[in-house]
Design a protein around this ligand. Structure first.
Ligand SMILES: NC(=O)c1ccc[n+]([C@@H]2O[C@H](COP(=O)([O-])OP(=O)(O)OC[C@H]3O[C@@H](n4cnc5c(N)ncnc54)[C@H](O)[C@@H]3O)[C@@H](O)[C@H]2O)c1
Ligand SMILES: [Zn+2]
Length: 356
């Protein structure tokens, strides 16, 4: 594959809005999260002053990953020539829909990602994936359609992260710690001895994810599935909570579920699971197991809903059978088939807020 969205190294640049707008490519259409524009009132005027082709202000949030929002971006970009660029200042949701938009706008234009949440900075703005959610039988199926379209560049603007709440920082922190846990044992140990600064966490997580994407840019070799640690049950929890549970929060709980499945199958030793769970609860502050009880108890999905949600996960082949990334050791994972007989009894314990 070649063209504006072809795989390339991340091309990270760090700086404030001033340097970002100074280097704005000609004919840039900017998609900006409304909340970001509100918290950082100099941003949109600076983009306009720098000659942006247009600025589309959109509401971030899972609902943004829809055809309706895609249409709004495409409409705003209708007058762009094929030399135009799409720039997205936002979290993972606007980043994902903008990635799809950049892929189809004029049959593909370069994308510049300016991640405004920690989650977007450490994860979603890197790796080329963009997606929309689809409504299927009254339920939202996450990332049900998508594209690969690598960003031409990413701008990391630390001032953007100053308006993030504790909760938002935790959501991104969980994904970053997930990468360190599954890919770099040495870094995990050193993080526990001395927690990294936000900038170090971002640089390290991006470095680790970029390394994985470099080896398997279009997810053809199965090497990227390590990034899905915690996501099998994470996605289900996110969905049954009607997205009141944020992605990062759901993935944190999904990691506890993955440790339990690993223990049940003997892939993850009791000792390792205990140490990792304590660390996850303590430092990126993964939500406690009582939250599992709350989310599962409130939604009370019946067996068929649960199976449908798990089956919608593209990693799963036979009904009831899951393909999950499990932890073998610090920095080392295995891709394992998990039968219903293993995960269903665990689910019943999670539903009560317990540790199997
Ligand atoms: N493409 C990928 O590889 C990939 C990887 C991981 C996650 N994702 C996707 O990312 C999405 C989650 O991303 P997210 O957590 O960034 O969600 P998000 O885009 O909804 O942002 C979360 C909230 O933060 C607000 N916000 C954004 N920047 C802010 C700032 N600087 N200050 C204050 N508030 C700000 C947003 O308006 C929103 O309300 C999910 O849809 C997930 O599926 C994609
Ligand atoms: Zn994720």
């Amino acid at each position: 594959m070649s063209g504006p969205g072809a795989h390339r190294p991340p091309g990270d640049r760090w700086g404030g809005f001033k340097s970002l707008v100074k280097d704005l490519p000609p004919e840039t259409l900017a998609v900006v999260d409304k909340r970001v524009a509100k918290f950082h009132p100099t941003l949109v005027p600076a983009l306009k002053k720098a000659g942006a082709h247009g600025v589309v202000l959109l509401q971030g949030g899972e609902k943004a990953k829809s055809f309706n929002v895609l249409q709004q971006i495409l409409e705003a970009g209708i007058g762009l020539s094929r030399r135009g660029t799409l720039l997205c200042v936002g979290g993972g949701t606007l980043g994902d829909v903008s990635t799809v938009a950049a892929h189809v706008l004029k049959r593909g234009v370069p994308l510049i990602q300016v991640p405004s949440t920690l989650l977007a900075a450490v994860d979603s703005s890197l790796g080329g994936k963009g997606a929309l959610d689809l409504e299927v039988k009254g339920r939202t199926v996450k990332n049900a359609m998508g594209v690969f379209h690598y960003a031409a560049a990413s701008w990391l603007c630390p001032e953007l992260f100053e308006s993030l709440s504790e909760k938002q920082l935790r959501e991104g922190g969980v994904e970053a710690w997930k990468m360190v846990l599954t890919l770099d044992a040495e870094k995990w140990r050193s993080y526990l001895l001395s927690p990294p600064s936000l900038e170090t966490l971002i640089r390290d997580a991006r470095g680790l994810k970029a390394r994985v994407c470099e080896e398997d840019p279009y997810e053809l070799k199965g090497l990227r599935r390590v990034l899905n640690f915690g996501h099998t049950f994470g996605h289900v929890l996110e969905s049954i909570s009607d997205f009141s549970l944020a992605h990062g929060e759901a993935v944190g709980l999904g990691m506890l579920c993955a440790l339990d499945v690993g223990r049940a199958l003997g892939t993850t030793s009791e000792e390792l699971a205990g140490v990792v769970e304590n660390a996850l609860l303590r430092v990126p502050r993964v939500l406690p197991r009582s939250k599992l009880r709350e989310v599962i108890g409130r939604a009370q999905p019946d067996g068929s809903t649960l199976s449908a949600l798990l089956a919608a996960d593209k990693k799963n082949e036979k009904s009831g059978e899951l393909k999950m990334v499990l932890l073998r050791d610090l920095g080392r994972t295995e891709f394992v088939t998990v039968g219903e007989k293993t995960w269903k009894p665990l689910w019943r314990v999670w539903r009560e807020g317990g540790r199997p």
